[in-house]
Design a protein around this ligand. Sequence first.
Ligand SMILES: NC(=O)C1=CN([C@@H]2O[C@H](COP(=O)(O)OP(=O)(O)OC[C@H]3O[C@@H](n4cnc5c(N)ncnc54)[C@H](OP(=O)(O)O)[C@@H]3O)[C@@H](O)[C@H]2O)C=CC1
Ligand SMILES: N[C@@H](CC=O)C(=O)O
Length: 344
Amino acid sequence: MKTLRLGLLGFGNAGRAFAKILEEKKQEIQGSMECDIIVTGITTGSRGSLYNPEGIDLKKAWSELEKAGHFDKDGKNYCEMTSLEFVEKGEYDVIVEMTPLDIFTGQPATDHLRRAMERGKHAVSANKGPIAWHYKDLKELAEKMKVQFYYETTVMDGTPIFNLKDETLKFCKVTEVNGILNTTTNYVLEELATGKAYDDVIEEGKRIGFVEADPSMDIEGWDAAAKVTALLNVLMEADITPKEVDRTGIENITLKDIQKAESQGKVIKLLCTGTRTDGKVKASVKPTLVEKGSLLSVISGTSSVLQITTDLMGKLTIIEHDPELLQTGYGVFSDVLRIVRNLV
Ligand SMILES: NC(=O)C1=CN([C@@H]2O[C@H](COP(=O)(O)OP(=O)(O)OC[C@H]3O[C@@H](n4cnc5c(N)ncnc54)[C@H](OP(=O)(O)O)[C@@H]3O)[C@@H](O)[C@H]2O)C=CC1
Ligand SMILES: N[C@@H](CC=O)C(=O)O
């Protein structure tokens, strides 16, 4: 039986959802993949860190955080190690980056991934900042160091988007992407239409777990811009950054605008688009009026949709229906399994 040691950076909604799946599927993975996956380190921003090269008790870790909001300072694995210290000195085989999104730099997440790969470690990122800002460099580094680097969760949680292109759409050239990729804005626009107050809707979204640590990342369209950038960089080798996305958020959309659209038989959706025409890549994120009853109009609640146009397979539509944190955790889990599958 081989052992794969993971280091988890961030143990919030995504981190805990992933840890719960890992724990639940541990024996099945041992049985079918002959691999024991253990976690040797967990770091957080303000709730302490855990480190044990022999493996951490995950159930204990999440119950401590969920009950007390902090790791137990008297616990035997407790330490104050920062993420970068763990990345640089810790014992692990795969770094799993799940810290909050910084859309303006992609940091410190990019440095975490870079330093880990420079040490010859595999890397998984749920954080879209590094893919939006530094994808080309990170991919080249992974190739140079002969390590695996995956980021399925960055767009539509565990829905296979990047996996689909890598594994089953070989030699298909993607020429266009579009969709509704940000849950928060989709949810806010719908809930505002029912007369709820903006602050209450954001609080509800935070409770469910999909709103970014800084909600303006979602509302101003930055998260959507990062996702469309990630799609263009990975699927169309665009090499752009979120700064190049023509971006308008929903911060100026009022109940009146929503009602006016309704009276015209339309709904407002935050649409993401990316195309390549004459060699030039163009990307936008914009509140857009769509016909009621159309495919895009029925993407409701936490659901999202992506349409990819390809040369050999035409247009494909992928819908993620009503995801919860389980689907976010699964995205990370599927990347880790891909690493296990490819281990020699
Ligand atoms: N939630 C979702 O639906 C999805 C999230 N993602 C992405 O996953 C990432 C994590 O999201 P989510 O779990 O929801 O966010 P949370 O805010 O719930 O959790 C973030 C975690 O990171 C910790 N953290 C903050 N700074 C650091 C640091 N420097 N080093 C280590 N840990 C740190 C936080 O600790 P503390 O609380 O102490 O600050 C917390 O444990 C984000 O990049 C997000 O965009 C991707 C897809 C879906
Ligand atoms: N804040 C994001 C979470 C997933 O990436 C969203 O609202 O879509």
